[in-house]
Design a binder for this molecule. Sequence first.
Ligand SMILES: Nc1ncnc2c1ncn2[C@@H]1O[C@H](COP(=O)(O)OP(=O)(O)OP(=O)(O)O)[C@@H](O)[C@H]1O
Length: 345
Amino acid sequence: MPILSLQHINKKYGQSKDFAVNDVSFDVTEGEILALVGESGSGKTTLLRLIAGLEHPDQGSISLSGRVIVEGSESVPSHERKVGMVFQDYALFPHLTILENVTFGIQKSKGNPEKIAKETLQLVGLTEDYNKYPHQLSGGQQQRVALARAIAPNPRILLMDEPFSNLDAMLKDQVREEIRQIIKKTGITAIFVTHDTKDALSTADRVAILHKGFLQQLDIPKVLYENPVNPYVANFFGKRNEILATPSEEGFYTSFGFINDPEAKKYKTKVKLLFRPEHGEVVQRKGQQISGTIVKVSYFGSHQLVKISDDEGFRVTIRTNPGRIFNEVERAFFYLWKYDIEEAF
Ligand SMILES: Nc1ncnc2c1ncn2[C@@H]1O[C@H](COP(=O)(O)OP(=O)(O)OP(=O)(O)O)[C@@H](O)[C@H]1O
């Protein structure tokens, strides 16, 4: 049974003619980490605020832990929903110590708030900084305090708005993994909002992608990346190469050469072959492969991107391992081991 269920949620702000959230339905399973991704204005934060009770939908219902918390004009107030929030800027109280920040939201009826706060701070790996103030901590540490403060009252669900956006790139990789481990250790269900596909794919169990208020696809990261349901989702997770191709009985004619593919006979008109840089491979031998001229090689440490041009100057990018040596102007032979086929016109 899902811990959270949204059914046909619509939300418009004021006089706006567009929906910020448009007929969105999904379930979240207990213990799951769900990422909401989308570009700016896609409705991510609005969804989070609707779940938290900071906004009310125009239509739709929301259930949390088996209880209907929103239905029609009725709703359970925010403070009764038992939702933990981590805000983008952490929103720690600057004049309170770390321990006081975390103790703040814990009700006395739950036991000894200070003891619970200390246990939660230990859980997030902050054992020595109880009496420091937020400004005395690094960004990553402040974020762990915010997380401790949100989970200490034992909420039903944890909501995080852009939790990684204030961290520099070096820290981000480490913090993502730490946060995921802490959340998994507590078993808490969590939803976080991000515009960064790397955050979503590496941290979440499932990812929901929003565009203009519509839910496009919700699935595990691998499926979203490998089997996007539409071009928007496919391009959101990294630009794809496009090669224009003419189908025949045996395969596709392209400006890089002929590609054997029995699928080609299904198509009557020109098509686009769409593929990610890692779905191609530059090979040493001349054979069945297609080919072009290497025009640029970019080295990234973990990999290289090789730009290959046809005779007209049309380019595709292929990802290769970092150890291989390529020379610009040389001819490169490559093959595509995976591509999507779309009608071109
Ligand atoms: N308080 C508000 N009043 C009016 N319009 C709003 C309000 N909050 C959001 N919107 C509009 O609703 C739409 C969705 O906004 P929302 O903040 O949910 O998107 P988002 O995906 O979280 O964007 P971002 O990544 O920029 O935070 C946008 O068109 C936005 O302009």
